[in-house]
Design a protein around this ligand. Structure first.
Ligand code: PMP
Ligand code: GLN
Length: 378
């Protein structure tokens, strides 16, 4: 067996959702929204299923979806992508795998920030890459020039902005530092931008691809699951200049080859509708964020700010809980009946162990039930 996988556990998201089912817990662990599914996009998918072909769509995606993604990024992020530079994938997860397998040659150093989304490291290792981990520290989780310099020599850097699990957004200065890093190392950036449409307090996404010199150095990854609150659909995409995207397509063709055509058609429909839907979605999540944050604060938990994503975090030590995150999350799901995610699961080494992530993209009643249960302390 390949030691990369033989040595791995099940992902923390699946693990905690399993415990939530087993103990009948309120599930604020795995990131998926409650009751926010857009009916018109669901209807578009249902119509497409019966009214359009269900055979293999083109390998790089339905032309209408590729064009809709390019148009969406032109309108919302000022990018000048053409439809040919977009490859549709089965979720951002497949996009990450295709990008990493296409771009990493065994022995290449790959820079990544910790905390890191849990798919990155096994994929990089499976591709023969050598991880160069850059640690970020709470409460700000900021990227510094010194920390980046320690990863010089990397051929690739993986950047997640907004960042899951910290719910932080990169500053202009951080984007500039990463662009400089790429230029001095002749490196490519894989930009995991899946949270680009879920940002709060009036923030908008500034893609690394728009930084000077970065247009041809970036692989931008998006996820319709996050844009339309349909995480189970697993429709995502890769965007990159032709020299890169032609090679990305070759990796994609032997991972999944294609993605269900009715879902692609429905996402193309959704991207073509009035963009105020995204503002309405964000406003609703922001209300939920504030409801959970103020409820937790009232119970004496130290809540870290959330600028984006479906998540906020609490700091256990600052909340007077002298327990490592894993042990606390285990206690909380079994004894109090609330599933959460220990942030140390997003580390390969030297973990920060006092931060716990909670998903607030839930109905008010779900959040209130969790708060009620979190009155209990270990
Ligand atoms: N990257 C990050 C940072 C994520 O948070 C997620 C899912 N929450 C993904 C990738 C995977 O996205 P998808 O479900 O589209 O595969
Ligand atoms: N990305 C989601 C999260 O952070 C989970 C995705 C998954 O379960 N694979 O919660």
């Amino acid at each position: 067996m390949n030691p990369v996988y033989a040595a791995l556990g099940t992902t923390i998201f699946e693990h905690m959702s399993g415990l939530a089912r087993q103990f009948g817990a309120v599930n604020l662990g795995q990131g998926f929204p409650d009751g926010a599914e857009p009916g018109d996009v669901l209807e578009a998918a249902a119509r497409a299923l019966t009214e359009h072909p269900n055979q293999y769509p083109p390998m790089a995606g339905l032309p209408e979806l590729r064009a809709a993604v390019a148009a969406h990024y032109a309108a919302t992020q000022g990018l000048d992508l053409t439809a040919d530079e977009v490859i549709v994938t089965s979720g951002a997860t497949e996009a990450l795998a295709a990008a990493i397998f296409a771009l990493v040659t065994p022995g290449d150093a790959v820079a990544m920030f910790q905390p890191l989304y849990d798919a990155y490291l096994p994929l990089v290792r499976r591709a023969g890459g050598v991880p160069r981990l850059i640690g970020l520290q709470p409460p700000d989780w900021r990227i510094t020039a010194e920390a980046l310099a320690a990863a010089d020599g990397a051929r690739l850097i993986i950047v997640n902005d907004p960042l899951n699990p910290t719910a932080t957004v990169m500053s202009a200065e951080e984007r500039r530092l990463i662009a400089e890093f790429c230029a001095r190392n002749d490196a490519i950036a894989i930009c995991d931008d899946v949270w680009e449409q879920v940002m709060f307090d009036g923030r908008t996404h500034h893609p690394l691809m728009a930084e000077p010199g970065m247009r041809a150095r970036c692989v931008k990854i998006g996820s319709a699951g996050k844009m339309f609150s349909l995480t189970g659909w697993k429709v995502g995409w890769l965007c990159a200049a032709p020299a890169l995207s032609s090679v990305l397509a070759k990796a994609h063709q032997f991972l999944t080859f294609t993605t269900p055509p009715n879902l692609q058609r429905a996402v193309a429909y959704g991207l073509g509708t009035d963009r105020t839907r995204f503002a309405a979605m964000t406003a609703s999540f922001q209300r939920s964020r504030d409801r959970l944050a103020s409820g937790l604060s009232a119970l004496g938990y130290a809540v870290l700010p959330s600028q984006a994503t479906y998540f906020l975090s609490i700091d256990l030590a600052a909340s007077g809980i002298a327990m490592p995150d894993h042990a606390y999350c285990d206690w909380l799901v079994r004894e109090a009946g609330v599933a959460t995610i220990p942030v140390s699961a997003f580390y390969a080494e030297a973990p920060v162990t006092s931060i716990v992530r909670l998903c607030f993209a839930k109905a008010d009643a779900t959040l209130d039930a969790a708060l009620e249960r979190m009155q209990r302390r270990p």
